[in-house]
Design a protein around this ligand. Structure first.
Ligand SMILES: NC(=O)c1ccc[n+]([C@@H]2O[C@H](COP(=O)([O-])OP(=O)(O)OC[C@H]3O[C@@H](n4cnc5c(N)ncnc54)[C@H](O)[C@@H]3O)[C@@H](O)[C@H]2O)c1
Ligand SMILES: [Zn+2]
Length: 374
């Protein structure tokens, strides 16, 4: 069943729809939906998704008389760089594509970020449609208008805020997504429940088995709600001054863990530890009840997400990494503090606060003691 969510970004008066429908991408009617967005299409994707869905989409657009080209690059974060963007742009110019071209960014977050950024600057900006195919792409990367790429100086340092014309989500494509990638997305969905909506957290809690079996009805509802939560937060704070800090829950510690482990821990694995350690901080500060903390821990287990580190990390290394993070404020890490599941503390509408070093160190010590395999 098609479910629609109308996304409106209030400060830019730009409205777009997020449409979710199981099986949509392989339905012949999909081409008709797409055809409304222009005579020419540049499908930007990675090689893996190209083989699974991109080539078919390109040929079915061509069969229906639309001009469509497929541009793909190797999968993975190392390709989310300027060089790939230049190559894609040059190949698009070689085909003579101009302002009347619409970019279809078909893939995981790497593709939606990079493809979105190509659309944002090609001929000073051309229409963009997001078709996320990883769970993380669906519930996180394709929502909120952030596009960009990594440089040697850091991740996502170059980019722009650029809103799509529409986001199409087909949960059926998750059947080919590796389970590890699926879990990366689930972590962000759990985060959305924690920072904004107890009922949603409960929904995820109660439907974990069906979710992991990829039951389409459960997926559609869970993905839609997650998009709605992120969309609502972003709408209220498009440029990251207040409410958007909530989306950083679990990421203050998570980013530091990724960095200190030299990225041997994946983003999802790091953020899930971040969620629990930052919840621990809230508990130690006397806000989050112990029962809620235990419930969060249990919920993560329900989804069979590893809550483990393979070696202890010296708390000072993590503190250093946190103070160097581009999201720290004047070198001081800030934390989202929960007072209940789904209820963060507002702190004068900033939704994050600095925390005394001794409390952070104590939480990191707990992490090393309780979550380390050795
Ligand atoms: N713009 C934002 O607001 C935002 C938010 C969160 C994350 N991100 C970005 O998203 C990126 C991570 O996204 P990701 O986790 O989707 O990584 P990804 O795009 O690298 O995808 C992960 C892997 O899954 C494969 N894949 C994707 N869909 C598939 C499918 N349906 N079947 C089989 N394989 C499939 C890809 O080829 C890739 O190998 C990071 O670069 C991150 O910075 C952006
Ligand atoms: Zn994240």
């Amino acid at each position: 069943m098609t479910q629609r969510l109308i996304g409106t970004i209030s400060s830019s008066s730009h409205a777009y729809e997020i449409e979710i429908d199981n099986g949509m991408l392989t339905d012949p009617k999909f081409v008709r939906h797409i055809s409304a967005f222009g005579p020419r299409f540049a499908i930007i994707t990675d090689d893996r998704v190209a083989g699974l869905y991109g080539e078919k989409l390109c040929s079915s657009l061509s069969k229906h008389g639309l001009e469509a080209y497929l541009f793909s690059f190797p999968p993975g974060e190392p390709y989310k760089v300027r060089h790939t963007k230049e190559l894609l742009e040059d190949r698009m110019f070689e085909k003579g594509l101009g302002r009347d071209t619409c970019v279809l960014a078909l893939g995981g977050g790497v593709v939606t970020d990079l493809g979105g950024y190509v659309a944002a600057t090609y001929c000073r900006g051309i229409p963009l449609i997001m078709i996320p195919t990883s769970l993380l792409g669906m519930v996180d990367a394709s929502i909120g208008g952030k596009t960009g790429l990594n440089t040697d100086y850091g991740k996502n340092l170059i980019g722009s805020f650029y809103q799509p014309q529409k986001v199409f989500i087909d949960p059926a494509v998750l059947r080919t997504l590796p389970i590890k990638e699926l879990k990366n997305g689930i972590v962000e969905m759990i985060k959305h429940g924690l920072i904004a909506d107890t009922n949603y957290f409960e929904y995820l809690e109660q439907n974990s088995k069906e979710f992991l079996k990829l039951n389409p009805e459960i997926l559609e509802k869970a993905i839609l709600e997650s998009c709605r939560i992120k969309q609502t937060i972003v709408e209220q704070d498009e440029k990251e001054k207040g409410k958007r800090h909530l989306l950083n829950f679990g990421h203050t510690i998570g980013h530091a863990l990724e960095k200190v482990s030299h990225y041997s821990i994946s983003h999802g694995e790091a953020v899930v530890i971040g969620l629990i350690v930052e919840s621990y901080i809230a508990m130690q500060l006397g806000y989050l009840p112990k029962s809620a903390f235990e419930r969060i821990r249990k919920m993560i287990k329900t989804y069979d997400i590893p809550l483990q580190i393979s070696t202890p990390f010296p708390p000072n290394d993590i503190l250093n990494a946190m103070s160097l993070d581009k999201k720290s404020r004047r070198g001081e890490p800030h934390f989202v503090i929960l007072e209940e599941i789904g209820r963060p503390l507002p702190f004068d509408s900033i939704y994050c606060t600095p925390v005394e070093e001794i409390v952070i160190k104590d939480a990191l010590q707990w992490m090393n003691d309780a979550l380390c395999r050795h």
